[in-house]
Design a binder for this molecule. Sequence first.
Ligand code: XMP
Length: 504
Amino acid sequence: MNHVAVLDFGSQYTQLIVRRVRELGYFAKLYRPEDLSEIGKPGAIILSGGPKSTADPDAPDLDFEVLKAHQVPVLGVCYGMQLMNLKFGGSVEASDRREYGPAQLIPACKSGLFADMSERSQIWMSHSDTVKNLSADTEVLASNQHGTPVSLGFGNDFYGIQFHPEVTHSHEGNQVLRNFLSLAKDLNEFRIEDMKQELLREIRERVGDRQVVCGVSGGVDSTVLAVLLNEAGVNMRAIFVDHGLMRKDEGEEVRKNFARMGVPIETVDASELFFEKLEGVAEPEKKRDIIGNLFVDVFWDAVGDAELLAQGTLYPDVIESASNEGSKASKIKTHHNRVDRILELQKQGKVLEPLAELFKDEVRELGLALGLDADIVNRHPFPGPGLAVRCPGIVDRKRVRIIQEADAIFIGKLREHGWYDKTWQAYACLIPVKTVGVKGDERSYEWAVGLRAVISEDAMTADWVELPYEILRETSHRILNDVDGVNRVLYDVSTKPPASIEWE
Ligand code: XMP
């Protein structure tokens, strides 16, 4: 598969470049500049921006002779353009004006990189160095409203832009990328079906006649992973650890779903053990710690001696670890993927991460291509420690049952009214504060339930959803009537930040 190689000079937006290129229908992959020799045969190359100045003693460099030898179009973004200008005989100087934020793009001509674009459009700048002393062969392709060059052409294949086309504040940024990619001669379109076939081939090759083990939680990533392994026809075991902190009937649903998809799973019911260990523990981090460690122990007990372990690591995790640690080794966010045992297996080449080149929405697409129901593919995220983080203070079966009942009612109402897919995540939690009420003719003194529904893109920030009152009214009515131990329902109208999405 012919791809777009994106060389990462450390900009906070690099991952976005990869996303945008993929959204435009081409497969993009990120590389460190020092791994230039490992980029294979790309159809186009993009040099990202970065925090350094080319004047810094430790500024990242690149062998342009190797770049030129590829004979494919190269686009330099910000730092990438400054580096290009240096390599093509120009210079880069610290600017007297730090340019950060919106500016105007005024193309010199509306073809090539700027075909089908407006006379003027907003672009997003984020730099303090600027290009100077352009060589005689360098062509100014566009300027900003002050007449400063913001796009340069260097010979046939090399283009530079001083702005960030990947951020939405660059209003026609996607068009610039589209135009650039259209200059590439041998770029294949990225189709999820091709990706599926390639992954199946790779899995068969890597696994051979060994046995591969994976954990399933009912979440999208691990479900897609297990179905993919099953489809590859390799010798596999899928293990589902039920910690008893799942949503109402979720354990049963997971089992049913896998049975329907024809993927055998082994269930380990460890709920007794989890409730035992959690008894009396109220501190959120301590709860997480206990659950995380116990999960690992129970899972590994079930795994025994693994010949190969498959994990549902996604591309953002790999990229994050690559830029944080200056290493391409993948690091995974969830507790149970990080333990020493896995690192040891990884060293021995016994960890398989077939989804490690995909973004979440691509995993969803792959899931659909594998025949998964949209219901499974579009499930809301659910935290590893489960309902324990929706139960402030101590966790016991009674409290978890209240959350499960209330949550099932709320989620049911969201689905009934067509709001489940419009929210990013929604749930009920317990607010273990007793307040006075009246039930029948008697005074009640019971807990409250909180409802939370948010929209978010990446969980880093979130906004609460303005649900119709009708949904809140019906949900509250049902919870107050049907869930024992509750006499009050509250809707959480807190944004993140400062609140987090979960209550703990
Ligand atoms: P917060 O509460 O930090 O949540 O705003 C952001 C997203 O992460 C999920 N979350 C977790 N997921 N282990 C997980 O696997 C955890 O300990 C954990 N805590 C929060 C949360 O559901 C939301 O989607």
